[in-house]
Design a protein around this ligand. Structure first.
Ligand code: CA
Ligand code: CA
Length: 223
Protein backbone atom coordinates (compact mmCIF):
# COMPACT_ATOMS: atom_id res chain seq x y z
CA UNK A 1 0.00 0.00 0.00
CA UNK A 2 1.29 3.43 -0.87
CA UNK A 3 1.58 5.67 2.12
CA UNK A 4 1.99 9.41 2.07
CA UNK A 5 3.42 11.19 5.08
CA UNK A 6 3.48 14.93 5.36
CA UNK A 7 5.85 17.28 7.18
CA UNK A 8 4.38 20.75 7.38
CA UNK A 9 6.18 22.04 10.45
CA UNK A 10 9.67 23.12 11.36
CA UNK A 11 10.97 20.00 13.05
CA UNK A 12 13.56 20.48 15.74
CA UNK A 13 14.89 16.96 16.06
CA UNK A 14 18.50 16.34 15.13
CA UNK A 15 18.10 12.71 14.07
CA UNK A 16 18.24 11.31 10.61
CA UNK A 17 15.28 10.93 8.28
CA UNK A 18 15.11 7.63 6.45
CA UNK A 19 12.33 6.97 3.94
CA UNK A 20 12.08 3.25 3.41
CA UNK A 21 8.59 3.13 1.93
CA UNK A 22 5.95 5.52 0.66
CA UNK A 23 6.30 9.22 -0.02
CA UNK A 24 7.36 11.89 2.46
CA UNK A 25 6.02 15.30 1.43
CA UNK A 26 7.56 18.50 2.77
CA UNK A 27 4.84 21.03 2.20
CA UNK A 28 4.88 24.28 4.20
CA UNK A 29 7.27 27.22 3.58
CA UNK A 30 9.01 26.78 6.95
CA UNK A 31 8.87 22.99 7.00
CA UNK A 32 12.16 21.19 7.56
CA UNK A 33 13.26 17.64 8.07
CA UNK A 34 15.26 18.59 11.17
CA UNK A 35 19.02 18.98 11.17
CA UNK A 36 20.01 15.43 10.34
CA UNK A 37 20.83 13.52 7.21
CA UNK A 38 18.10 12.41 4.81
CA UNK A 39 18.10 9.04 3.08
CA UNK A 40 15.59 7.81 0.51
CA UNK A 41 15.96 4.08 0.12
CA UNK A 42 15.08 2.31 -3.09
CA UNK A 43 13.86 -1.10 -2.04
CA UNK A 44 10.18 -0.38 -2.71
CA UNK A 45 8.48 1.15 -5.74
CA UNK A 46 7.21 4.64 -4.99
CA UNK A 47 9.66 5.40 -2.19
CA UNK A 48 10.38 9.10 -2.53
CA UNK A 49 10.80 12.52 -0.98
CA UNK A 50 8.76 15.44 -2.27
CA UNK A 51 9.79 19.03 -1.58
CA UNK A 52 6.89 21.18 -2.64
CA UNK A 53 7.19 24.64 -4.18
CA UNK A 54 7.59 27.37 -1.58
CA UNK A 55 9.48 25.30 0.98
CA UNK A 56 12.45 27.48 1.90
CA UNK A 57 14.93 25.03 3.40
CA UNK A 58 13.73 21.45 3.80
CA UNK A 59 17.15 19.93 4.40
CA UNK A 60 19.84 21.51 6.59
CA UNK A 61 22.64 22.96 4.46
CA UNK A 62 25.27 20.77 6.14
CA UNK A 63 23.29 17.52 5.92
CA UNK A 64 23.84 14.53 3.68
CA UNK A 65 21.13 13.68 1.15
CA UNK A 66 21.32 10.11 -0.10
CA UNK A 67 19.05 8.87 -2.89
CA UNK A 68 19.31 5.19 -3.63
CA UNK A 69 17.55 5.02 -7.00
CA UNK A 70 16.60 1.57 -8.25
CA UNK A 71 13.83 -0.05 -10.25
CA UNK A 72 13.71 0.96 -13.91
CA UNK A 73 16.91 2.67 -15.07
CA UNK A 74 16.59 6.43 -15.74
CA UNK A 75 13.04 6.47 -14.41
CA UNK A 76 12.21 8.13 -11.09
CA UNK A 77 10.22 5.22 -9.73
CA UNK A 78 11.91 4.52 -6.40
CA UNK A 79 14.60 6.00 -4.19
CA UNK A 80 14.22 9.47 -5.73
CA UNK A 81 13.36 13.06 -4.85
CA UNK A 82 10.74 15.28 -6.47
CA UNK A 83 11.92 18.87 -6.37
CA UNK A 84 9.02 21.07 -7.35
CA UNK A 85 9.19 24.34 -9.27
CA UNK A 86 11.70 26.92 -8.00
CA UNK A 87 13.13 24.66 -5.30
CA UNK A 88 16.89 25.22 -4.96
CA UNK A 89 17.84 23.14 -1.96
CA UNK A 90 21.39 23.25 -0.58
CA UNK A 91 22.86 20.17 1.09
CA UNK A 92 26.28 19.48 2.55
CA UNK A 93 26.82 16.34 0.54
CA UNK A 94 24.88 14.30 -1.98
CA UNK A 95 25.13 10.59 -2.61
CA UNK A 96 23.35 9.13 -5.64
CA UNK A 97 23.17 5.34 -5.87
CA UNK A 98 25.97 5.11 -3.31
CA UNK A 99 28.30 7.47 -5.21
CA UNK A 100 29.32 10.80 -3.59
CA UNK A 101 28.78 13.76 -5.92
CA UNK A 102 30.93 16.79 -6.73
CA UNK A 103 30.83 19.97 -4.63
CA UNK A 104 29.44 23.15 -6.13
CA UNK A 105 27.29 21.60 -8.87
CA UNK A 106 23.51 21.56 -9.19
CA UNK A 107 21.53 18.34 -9.60
CA UNK A 108 18.04 17.71 -10.88
CA UNK A 109 15.91 15.97 -13.49
CA UNK A 110 16.19 16.50 -17.25
CA UNK A 111 13.28 18.94 -16.84
CA UNK A 112 15.37 21.13 -14.55
CA UNK A 113 18.15 23.62 -15.27
CA UNK A 114 20.64 21.58 -13.23
CA UNK A 115 24.19 21.08 -14.47
CA UNK A 116 23.98 17.36 -13.64
CA UNK A 117 20.69 15.89 -14.79
CA UNK A 118 19.25 12.50 -13.94
CA UNK A 119 15.75 11.12 -14.17
CA UNK A 120 16.86 8.15 -12.11
CA UNK A 121 17.16 10.21 -8.92
CA UNK A 122 15.10 13.33 -9.56
CA UNK A 123 11.71 14.51 -10.76
CA UNK A 124 10.32 18.03 -11.07
CA UNK A 125 12.05 21.20 -12.23
CA UNK A 126 13.74 22.16 -8.95
CA UNK A 127 17.38 21.55 -8.12
CA UNK A 128 19.65 20.61 -5.25
CA UNK A 129 23.27 21.80 -4.94
CA UNK A 130 26.15 20.43 -2.92
CA UNK A 131 27.11 23.54 -0.98
CA UNK A 132 26.84 26.86 -2.78
CA UNK A 133 26.39 26.54 -6.55
CA UNK A 134 29.83 27.26 -8.03
CA UNK A 135 31.75 26.59 -4.81
CA UNK A 136 33.79 23.78 -6.33
CA UNK A 137 36.34 23.60 -3.50
CA UNK A 138 33.69 23.70 -0.80
CA UNK A 139 35.15 26.58 1.22
CA UNK A 140 31.92 28.55 1.50
CA UNK A 141 32.88 31.19 -1.04
CA UNK A 142 32.46 31.32 -4.81
CA UNK A 143 35.65 32.96 -5.99
CA UNK A 144 38.73 32.68 -8.19
CA UNK A 145 39.91 29.57 -6.35
CA UNK A 146 36.91 27.70 -7.68
CA UNK A 147 37.66 28.86 -11.21
CA UNK A 148 41.19 27.46 -10.94
CA UNK A 149 39.75 24.12 -9.87
CA UNK A 150 37.32 24.18 -12.76
CA UNK A 151 40.09 25.02 -15.25
CA UNK A 152 42.23 22.11 -14.04
CA UNK A 153 39.44 19.59 -14.42
CA UNK A 154 36.58 21.02 -16.44
CA UNK A 155 34.82 17.71 -16.93
CA UNK A 156 34.73 17.14 -13.17
CA UNK A 157 32.98 20.46 -12.62
CA UNK A 158 30.35 20.36 -15.35
CA UNK A 159 32.25 21.75 -18.36
CA UNK A 160 30.82 24.95 -19.83
CA UNK A 161 27.61 24.60 -17.81
CA UNK A 162 29.73 24.40 -14.66
CA UNK A 163 31.57 27.55 -15.69
CA UNK A 164 28.27 29.36 -16.30
CA UNK A 165 27.09 28.28 -12.86
CA UNK A 166 30.30 29.56 -11.26
CA UNK A 167 30.07 32.84 -13.14
CA UNK A 168 26.41 33.39 -12.21
CA UNK A 169 27.19 32.86 -8.53
CA UNK A 170 30.60 34.54 -8.35
CA UNK A 171 31.00 36.49 -5.11
CA UNK A 172 28.41 34.62 -3.07
CA UNK A 173 29.38 33.33 0.35
CA UNK A 174 27.64 31.12 2.85
CA UNK A 175 26.69 32.49 6.26
CA UNK A 176 29.57 32.28 8.69
CA UNK A 177 32.33 32.21 6.10
CA UNK A 178 33.15 35.90 6.28
CA UNK A 179 31.05 38.39 4.36
CA UNK A 180 27.45 37.69 5.21
CA UNK A 181 25.84 39.54 2.34
CA UNK A 182 25.60 37.11 -0.51
CA UNK A 183 24.14 39.04 -3.41
CA UNK A 184 25.28 42.43 -2.13
CA UNK A 185 28.82 41.12 -1.79
CA UNK A 186 29.14 40.37 -5.46
CA UNK A 187 31.91 41.91 -7.48
CA UNK A 188 32.67 42.02 -11.15
CA UNK A 189 33.31 38.59 -12.58
CA UNK A 190 36.68 38.18 -14.25
CA UNK A 191 36.51 36.57 -17.67
CA UNK A 192 38.59 33.41 -18.02
CA UNK A 193 40.82 35.03 -20.66
CA UNK A 194 41.58 37.95 -18.37
CA UNK A 195 42.29 35.63 -15.46
CA UNK A 196 44.70 33.53 -17.50
CA UNK A 197 46.37 36.75 -18.68
CA UNK A 198 46.67 37.84 -15.06
CA UNK A 199 48.31 34.57 -14.11
CA UNK A 200 50.71 34.72 -17.05
CA UNK A 201 51.52 38.35 -16.19
CA UNK A 202 52.27 37.34 -12.61
CA UNK A 203 54.54 34.54 -13.79
CA UNK A 204 56.39 36.88 -16.17
CA UNK A 205 56.90 39.41 -13.39
CA UNK A 206 58.33 36.72 -11.14
CA UNK A 207 60.74 35.62 -13.85
CA UNK A 208 61.84 39.17 -14.52
CA UNK A 209 62.42 39.80 -10.85
CA UNK A 210 64.67 36.79 -10.66
CA UNK A 211 66.73 38.15 -13.54
CA UNK A 212 67.49 41.51 -12.03
CA UNK A 213 66.14 44.99 -11.53
CA UNK A 214 67.46 46.48 -14.77
CA UNK A 215 65.34 44.07 -16.77
CA UNK A 216 62.30 44.93 -14.73
CA UNK A 217 62.71 48.66 -15.38
CA UNK A 218 62.63 48.16 -19.15
CA UNK A 219 59.62 45.90 -18.94
CA UNK A 220 56.27 47.57 -19.76
CA UNK A 221 54.11 47.91 -16.74
CA UNK A 222 51.97 44.87 -16.11
CA UNK A 223 48.47 45.87 -15.17
CA1 CA B 1 14.67 4.20 -11.18
CA1 CA C 1 35.17 28.23 -3.07
Amino acid sequence: MRTRSRSAAANTYAGTTTISGGTLIVSAPSATLGSGNVTVQGATVGTSLVIQSGVANAITDSALLSLAGGGTVDVADQGYATLETAISEIVGSLVLGGVPQTDGLTYGSTSSGAVVQSDEYFAGTGTVSVGLPGDFNGDGSVDAGDYLGWRKSQSTFGGSAGYDLWRANFGTTSAGSGSSGSLSGRTAVPEPGAMILGLVGGAALTMLRSRGVSYLVRCPRIR
